[in-house]
Design a binder for this molecule. Structure first.
Ligand code: ZN
Length: 68
């Protein structure tokens, strides 16, 4: 195995998916490579936290729970 350079889906930046990260992913059973650079991953996490703090969502957000 060797380090891989991937392109972030969100910002288009190149980031390294290191050997040890690949091993970690494998160990966890993840089949996919990370789509986002560490920065974007962090940003998304924070955004989710912010959203979770807001109670009572009103409006037309259709939650699609389709699988298949
Ligand atoms: Zn990014």
């Amino acid at each position: 195995m060797a380090d891989k350079v991937l392109t972030c889906k969100d910002c288009g930046a190149k980031f390294t998916f290191t050997e040890s990260e690949q091993a970690f992913y494998k160990e966890k059973g993840f089949e996919n490579e990370p789509l986002r650079c560490p920065d974007c991953r962090k940003a998304r996490k924070q955004q989710r936290n912010n959203r979770d703090n807001r109670g009572g969502g009103r409006g037309g957000f259709g939650g699609g729970n389709r699988r298949g």
